[in-house]
Design a protein around this ligand. Sequence first.
Ligand code: AMP
Ligand code: GLY
Length: 423
Amino acid sequence: MKVLVIGNGGREHALVWKLAQNPAIDRLYCAPGNPGIEAFAECAPIRPDDLQSLLQFAKEKSIDFTVVGPELPLVHGIADMFQKEGLKLFGPSRGAARIEGSKSFAKDFMQRYHIPTAGYEVFKSMANARNYIWNHEGKLVVKADGLAAGKGSLVCETKSDAQKALEEMMLRNVFGEAGHRVVIEEFLEGDEVSVLAFSDGKTVLPLIPAQDHKAVFDNDLGPNTGGMGAYAPVPFVNEKLLREIRETVLEPTIRGMAKDGNPYKGILYAGLMLTEEGPKVIEFNCRFGDPESQAILPLLKSDLLEGMMAVVNGNLADYNLEIEDRSAVCVIMASEGYPGPYEKGKEITGLDSDFGADTIIFHAGTKRVNGKLLTNGGRVLGVTHLAQSLKDAIEGAYKAVKSIFFEGAYYRTDIGKKGLRNI
Ligand code: AMP
Ligand code: GLY
């Protein structure tokens, strides 16, 4: 079988690493991939937003199955395009991917189907949005409606912060078109968890709950990033809570999408806040999370391709999901300055150490030049360690991190810590 993975980050390295374990795959391709992915897949230099070239490549290479990593091609309709040509692809249709592509769509959808989420209003007019801010008591979150690479949501402590966020989006166009419509919502207190689930449009099958660490600094301080680390499972998401999440969020979402004519097939990522009133949705994503996938996928005992094929073929109910009884922690090593401006091209050393079978180094922003491995992005590497306990997984991940070097390497030192507290 020939399989193509689209994307070039740590998530895609984790996807390729896991898919490569299926013996039925004889050719694995990745577009565009990265130096870590090259160990498992043939990389083709096609950008994830170049849908026409991806389609052409899939036809030329007679690809049997395509897996989409990032949201952009999904929001732009790659699933519909491949389906029209009779090609199998894992990822939701353009209509279903709106659940991530437009925050106002997602919020209106949740309201219609009584899916718990923060109270909100949608604005296209600056004057109305300003009025809302000044008449509201309490912290607010101002969100660009469209895709903004994970940076489009600003948590605002004061009314004037919210006003500033609004001006950035609506007047100064920092997120371009994506910020011309904004969602303003109430701030939710609680622990955040990511629940990723397979859905074939009818059946929904949650994977292991994970916790991301969005803020750049320890103790969740500083600006939001794409995610500085993740761990799974999350000890305080017990069976009962997972059932509640399934019944109040995942199942009504799948039913609602099907009812609205957009059956959801792919990974449904629910970003949740565990509030005193129960779990509430912060956001939906239409794909695997990054870095969550770098903790979740190494814990899957079942075959990933079989699960994805069950989603595409509509027989997810028959898929047997097995998960290892261990913990995984992924610590992101980033370039100093990220999520702001940072330098690239720093040599990475230490990767040839013997880390052992329980440590996996996923590449995110790296490139190879003249045989040397260099930094090439904000998030550079994801260092994952698997162990019997969360505590040991944390220790193992940091032990590996400390033996990898590049100038300006930055990482949080508290990944997984929230999972260790007594509950
Ligand atoms: P989003 O872009 O919607 O995923 O938001 C990015 C991050 O901002 C989330 O992971 C939360 O940490 C924070 N956030 C977003 N919305 C809210 C909210 N309503 N209440 C509290 N924090 C939020
Ligand atoms: N880790 C957050 C995301 O993948 O959107």
